[in-house]
Design a protein around this ligand. Structure first.
Ligand SMILES: [Mg+2]
Length: 371
């Protein structure tokens, strides 16, 4: 394999307006600030990655501003000092930098894209993916009214998405699920609480059981494992962990403790593709199905997610929707779109295999730095 020789890293903070506000138990956002990473080698070949840190430290401790700082002050200098020759070496090279996995994941993703391009292979094949299309679900944020929720669910079913996920929080849970079931029948349905409940809510959460949800995602605290194990004993709905799974090791412990039956994989949360692949393999070895989460990525991050979700144990539809669902104009052209059967084709061109529109990136840029 050709050795990587990284020459330069370009960081860009961009801002994209969301087509519609997106609300979770953390709050409501109307625009997405995104940190893009471009790496270049000596020959001028480039790779792109996207850091999924949010504007505020509500999903986890990272923000786009901490990611910018960590990338410029520690991650890039560290890669410069270590002189990695393969994308698979990035994670170990960055291990001395604690936490900050979203920042690391953005840089690592760009290096994977570059390396797959140098190998003249699409990223999915390069990392051992087996699917040429992936199944897509959609995540519907909290709404102001049941009517707005039902309208939104109906629209997404009409668009062809294979499963619906609705965000829940105390006061917006059982009734919302009941209304969706009453209106749309036995559709594949799951809920995401984004850590909004405690074990004291176990009896209430058990009332979701008769609704045959595919799963309940992260009902309890963002770094909890053991309370989830207690909860899983008390409810029939499969518990899926998202926020709690920061590392492959925590996933191993959670599986051993029977704290979840399903795991959601987000590369940014665990530090990148390498960690995601290991997490995927660990889950496969334990019969734990996985699915790919979403962080309101632009087309660049979304493309990375599609390639990763081509691995064989991604057996549940992911939160990987069409570009147009969130953004009027994505950074890539053509944008990512779903087929009538609710699937997205995995790009076939080398690397992440999408065409980045430099003009649009330029126009959306708030700050830019070359290292
Ligand atoms: Mg989630």
């Amino acid at each position: 394999m050709e050795k990587l020789q990284l020459e330069r890293v370009e960081l860009r903070e961009i801002e994209l307006p969301l087509k519609a506000p997106f609300e979770t138990s953390f709050g409501r956002i109307t625009r997405r600030r995104i940190l893009l990473v471009k790496v270049l080698d000596k020959a001028g070949m480039s790779g792109y990655g996207e850091c999924v840190a949010g504007e505020n430290p509500f999903y986890n401790h990272e923000t786009i501003d901490t990611a910018w700082l960590m990338t410029t002050k520690y991650i890039v200098p560290r890669l410069d000092a270590v002189r990695i020759e393969q994308a698979a070496q990035v994670r170990d090279a960055l291990a001395p930098i604690r936490e900050n996995r979203m920042a690391k994941g953005g840089v690592e993703a760009a290096i994977w894209d570059l390396e797959a391009k140098l190998a003249e292979q699409p990223l999915w094949r390069y990392i051992g993916g087996t699917r040429t299309e992936i199944a897509c679900g959609v995540s519907i944020g909290l709404k102001d009214s049941t009517e707005a929720l039902l309208e939104s669910v109906g629209r997404e079913i009409d668009s062809g998405y294979q499963r619906i996920k609705i965000k829940i929080k105390p006061g917006w849970d059982i009734d919302a699920v009941e209304r969706v079931r009453a209106t749309f029948g036995n559709i594949p349905l799951q809920v995401d609480a984004n850590a909004a409940y405690t074990l004291e809510d176990a009896a209430m959460l058990a009332r979701l059981d008769p609704h045959d949800l595919l799963l309940i995602e992260q009902p309890l605290d963002y770094d909890d494992v053991m309370d989830h194990a207690v909860l899983q004993e008390r409810i029939r709905t499969p518990v899926c962990l998202d926020e709690s799974i920061h590392t492959v090791r925590i996933a191993r412990d959670a599986i051993a403790a029977k704290a979840c039956k399903i795991i959601n994989i987000k590369p940014g949360r665990v530090g990148g593709h390498q960690a995601s692949i290991e997490l995927h393999d660990l889950c496969a070895a334990h019969g734990i199905p996985v699915w790919h989460g979403g962080m309101l990525e632009s087309g660049i991050g979304r493309a990375h997610n599609i390639h990763l979700a081509s691995l064989p144990n991604f057996t549940l539809p992911g939160d990987i929707a069409a570009s147009k669902r969130y953004y009027e104009r994505d950074l890539i052209d053509p944008p990512i779109d779903i087929a009538g059967d609710g699937t997205i084709e995995v790009p076939k061109a080398p690397g992440i295999g999408v065409n980045i529109v430099k003009d649009r990136v330029e126009k959306a840029t708030l700050r830019h730095l070359s290292l």
